[in-house]
Design a protein around this ligand. Structure first.
Ligand SMILES: Cc1ncc(COP(=O)(O)O)c(C=O)c1O
Length: 404
C-alpha cells in the first residue's frame, strides 16, 4: 500500500490502483484536438490510433462537443421503459445507411462486445446447435463474445464457454466443408483488426453469403472496427455487394462516447422477443444523440470518401518510402496494417512515440494505423516525416547489432 502518493506519479498510481487487465500505459493523455493529443508533460502527438479506431471525427470535434452538451442539458437517460427522440433518429439513420431499411431493426448496446452478445443470442434463437466463426477472429471479452473469438489463449481461462462453436480457417473450402442445415450462424469480421489487419480472401464474403443463405444460416458481420466509414464504404460488406442478416457496430459510432448496436435485416430482425435481451444504458439518449450527430457529420463532410482517398494516399506514401523494414501494406481505407520485414513492432512504436506519433502494434510484424477519418494532406505529411524518422531509428539500432 502506498501511504503517500505523489500526484504526478501517474505510472505508480496506475500500477497500484488499476486492475491488471492492461499493460502499463504508454503515456498519460490530458487533451486532444483534431488528430492530435497532448500528454501530461505537454508533449504533442499525432494520433493514428484514435482510441483504437474510435475517434472518427478526431478529438474535441465541435459537432461532438455540441451534441454532448445539448443532450446532457436535455435528457441523458430515460431507461427502456421510455422512447427518446435521439434513439429513434439514430435507428432510422442506421437502417438507411446499412440498407436494412423498413424491414430491419436495431438493438442498442454500450460496447462492441455487447453488440456481439446480441448477435450470439440471435444465433441461439434459431434453435440450431452450431455456430461457425473464424480462427484468429476477435469479437470481444464478455463470455458470449469470447465463445466466438478464435484465439485459444484468450478463451482458455474461461472455459467452458457457449457450446457448439467451431473455428474455421478463412477459406471458402473450409466453410463449404463445415456448413450444413444445423448451422445457426456464421460470424465474421470483414478485416480481422486485432489479429493484425488481415482482410478476408477476395470473394469470401460473397461465397459466405451464398452458402449461409443456401443452408438457412444467419450471416452475422462484426463491423465493430471496419464499420462507420473506416474502410472507405459505410460498412465493409457494401464494398463486397452483399447484404448480411445482422451487423454489429460500436467503436466509431458515437465518435468516442460508448455505444454499440446490432442492426438486423429482414427475418433476423424478428428473432429477439420481449424480455429476451436488454440493457439499462443501451440506447440512452446521450450516446444515441452523439452517434446521430457523428453520422450526420460523416455524411455532410463525405468522410467515407475521404477515408477511401486518404487510405490510398497513405498506402502510396508508405510504399514510396521504399524502406527495408516495410514489406507491404494490408487493409482498406483508413484501416491499414504495415507489414514489417522483421519483428520490431514494439521498437518501432517506441521510436514513433519519440517522434511524436502514436501507432499500434497488433503483432510484432505489423503496425496498425486507424487514424480519424478527418485527416487530410497536413496530417499525412506529418505522419510521413515522423514514421520515416522512426524507421531510421530502428534500422540504425539493428545495423549497430544492438537490441533495438
Ligand atoms: C472486431 C471487433 N469486435 C469486437 C470488439 C470488442 O469491442 P469492445 O471493446 O467495444 O467491447 C472489438 C474491439 O477491439 C473488435 O475490434
Amino acid at each position: 500500500m502506498n501511504d503517500v502518493i505523489v500526484p504526478e506519479d501517474w505510472r505508480g498510481q496506475y500500477a497500484d490502483r488499476m486492475m491488471r487487465t492492461f499493460g502499463p500505459p504508454l503515456l498519460e493523455l490530458v487533451r486532444g484536438e483534431g488528430a492530435w493529443v497532448w500528454d501530461s508533460e505537454g508533449r504533442r502527438y499525432l494520433d493514428f490510433l484514435a482510441g483504437i479506431a474510435v475517434n472518427v471525427l478526431g478529438h474535441a470535434h465541435p459537432v461532438v462537443v455540441e451534441a454532448v452538451s445539448r443532450q446532457a442539458a436535455t435528457i441523458i437517460q430515460a431507461s427502456n421503459y421510455f422512447a427518446t427522440p435521439p434513439q429513434l433518429a439514430l435507428a432510422e439513420r442506421l437502417l438507411r445507411l446499412t440498407g436494412a431499411g423498413a424491414n430491419g431493426r436495431v438493438y442498442f448496446a454500450n460496447s462492441g462486445t455487447e453488440a456481439i452478445e446480441a448477435g450470439v443470442k440471435l444465433a441461439k434463437l434459431t434453435g440450431r446447435p452450431r455456430i461457425l466463426a473464424l480462427e484468429k477472429s476477435f469479437h470481444g471479452r464478455t463470455l458470449g463474445a469470447l465463445s466466438v473469438t478464435g484465439n485459444p489463449g484468450l478463451r482458455a481461462p474461461f472455459e467452458p464457454l457457449v457450446p457448439g462453436v467451431e473455428f474455421l480457417p478463412s477459406t471458402v473450402a473450409a466453410l463449404e466443408g463445415a456448413i450444413g442445415d444445423d448451422v445457426a450462424a456464421l460470424i465474421v469480421e470483414p478485416i480481422k483488426g486485432e489479429a493484425g489487419v488481415l482482410p478476408l480472401p477476395d470473394g469470401y464474403l460473397g461465397a459466405a453469403r451464398e452458402l449461409t443463405a443456401k443452408h438457412g444460416a444467419l450471416l452475422i458481420l462484426d463491423e465493430i472496427q471496419t464499420g462507420v466509414g473506416r474502410t472507405g464504404s459505410w460498412f465493409a460488406y457494401q464494398g463486397e455487394g452483399i447484404v448480411p442478416d445482422a451487423v454489429a457496430l460500436a467503436k466509431g459510432l458515437a465518435g468516442g462516447v460508448p455505444i454499440g448496436a446490432l442492426v438486423a435485416f429482414g427475418e433476423a430482425a424478428e428473432l429477439l422477443r420481449p424480455g429476451q435481451h436488454g440493457s439499462t444504458f443501451g440506447g440512452n439518449a446521450l450516446a444515441t444523440a452523439v452517434a446521430d450527430a457523428v453520422l450526420a457529420e460523416i455524411e455532410r463532410a463525405d468522410l467515407v470518401a475521404n477515408a477511401a482517398r486518404r487510405g490510398e494516399q497513405l498506402r502510396e506514401l508508405i510504399l514510396s518510402m521504399d524502406h527495408d523494414l516495410v514489406g507491404g501494406v494490408r487493409g482498406r481505407g483508413l484501416m491499414l496494417g504495415i507489414e514489417l520485414t522483421a519483428e520490431v513492432g514494439h521498437d518501432l512504436l517506441t521510436a514513433a512515440l519519440g517522434q511524436g506519433l502514436i501507432v499500434n502494434v497488433p503483432r510484432e510484424d505489423t503496425i496498425r494505423l486507424v487514424p480519424p477519418l478527418i485527416i487530410g494532406d497536413a496530417e499525412i505529411a506529418e505522419f510521413g516525416e515522423r514514421f520515416r524518422e522512426a524507421l531510421s531509428t530502428v534500422e540504425a539500432v539493428i545495423e549497430m547489432g544492438g537490441d533495438s
